[in-house]
Design a protein around this ligand. Structure first.
Ligand code: ZN
Length: 129
């Protein structure tokens, strides 16, 4: 399920969606200076990551979906794990987890977005050598 050649491999390893060898980001999502900064192209297969101007604006929809999923998951977990929980506690726990996970969601949204449009090509590195 998470093996090489799957979209999940590219997303969670943050690798190029086409060859799954080259790094997608300039740095770690939690390092402020490189937060969410995508490389110009893949170092292995030379795929241009910025497919067209403003390409990553569509990733906002992915960020929204991730935020909603987090809200539901944290809300349910808080409700189940904390006795006599009120709506204020659920909102605070959701907000805190959203603040902590925002850099990761920002990074995940872009790599998920490009994976909608670029397919894995097993032989791309052999073709280029
Ligand atoms: Zn590549």
């Amino acid at each position: 399920m998470f093996g090489k050649g799957t979209k999940l491999y590219s997303i969670f390893k943050m690798k190029c969606p086409r060859c799954q060898e080259g790094d997608f980001y300039k740095g770690h999502p939690y390092i402020y200076s490189t937060m969410g900064r995508v490389k110009e192209e893949c170092s292995e297969c030379n795929l241009k990551y910025n497919i067209e101007p403003s390409f990553y604006h569509g990733s906002y929809y992915v960020t929204y979906a991730l935020g909603v999923a987090l809200f539901v998951i944290v809300g349910i977990l808080t409700y189940l794990l904390v006795p006599n929980v009120g709506p204020k506690t659920i909102l605070i726990s959701t907000f805190v987890s959203l603040v902590i996970l925002s850099p990761l969601f920002y990074a995940l949204s872009k790599i998920i977005w490009i994976n909608f449009f670029v397919k894995y090509d097993k032989g791309i590195l052999k073709k280029r050598s």
